[in-house]
Ligand binder design. Structure first.
Ligand code: ZN
Length: 265
């Protein structure tokens, strides 16, 4: 089932199961408790990020060819960082190139995992029982801050609008999260083209590993790393510019598209 959060024509923020581009069957209840799809329907005016994360935990260098293009060793354990919850935006929302670092902003297509119930020290075998579903994410990154200007990644990965999520939350307990074709298109041109099967640390391992470091609360979003083809590793490098449109596609989930704009403030 594809669960969406959306605004209807009356400005109500609602949860639903997407029927088509315009229509959703309403969901009653709490995605992190009891919920059900009702008989009622509503018109979708605008899609929102499917969840409002309590934490966003992210993994660096989790695809072999991306580690290689970054000139990094294959990590022996996951490289963990966090993104700010204030960086989350939804489908169609603008990615703003920040005034303090507008020149080297890059895309990263990622599979996002949403934790459904509290996970602490769970085994790899049990890990997927704690997952509510899957979304597309774009781990937008200011490479100048990430690589040269700052000693760590908080600012580079945490600017407002740097965490597009959506377009829906795929809720399917049977799906193998390490089987999705994953792509980025920049202004229609294919930039990243891989499969989540190529992760160094697959989703069950990541959920178990992270739950042994931190309590994963319901509503935690885990970004699982990006494949090769990021803009900064291209020759010449490609960075986001005002007027660009960037799309992250996970086949079986959907396509998350966002326009890019300059900071107007
Ligand atoms: Zn990333």
């Amino acid at each position: 089932m594809k669960v969406i959060r959306f605004e209807d024509n009356n400005g109500n923020i609602l949860l639903g199961e997407q029927v088509d581009e315009r229509t959703a069957r309403l969901i009653k209840g709490d995605l992190f408790g009891d919920w059900e799809v009702t008989g009622g329907t509503a018109t979708i005016k605008r899609l929102l990020a499917p969840v409002q994360p309590v934490n966003v935990i992210a993994i660096g260098l989790n695809y072999r060819r991306h580690a290689a293009e970054s000139g990094a060793q294959i990590p022996s354990e996951p490289l963990v960082f966090v993104k700010l919850t204030t960086s989350v935006i939804g489908p169609g929302d603008e990615i703003v190139l920040p005034a303090s670092a507008p020149e080297e902003v890059d895309y990263e297509a990622e599979l996002a995992v949403v934790i459904g119930r509290t996970a602490r020290k769970v085994s790899e075998a049990d890990a997927l029982k704690y997952v509510l579903g899957y979304m597309c994410a774009n781990d937008v990154s200011a490479r100048d801050c990430q690589i040269r200007r700052d000693k760590q990644w908080a600012r580079a990965k945490g600017f407002d609008t740097f965490c597009p999520l959506g377009p829906c939350l795929l809720v399917d307990p049977q799906v193998n999260p390490n089987s999705f074709p994953i792509r980025t298109r920049l202004n229609g041109e294919l930039m990243q083209n891989s499969n989540t099967a190529d992760m160094i640390f697959p989703v069950p391992f990541l959920v178990s590993y992270l739950s042994n470091q931190f309590t994963l609360l319901p509503g935690t979003v885990i970004l699982t790393g990006t494949p090769e083809g990021v803009g900064c590793a291209r020759k010449p490098p490609v960075f986001l510019k005002p007027g660009d449109t960037v799309s992250v596609e996970l086949e079986g989930i959907g396509t998350l598209t966002n326009p890019v704009v300059a900071d107007r403030a």
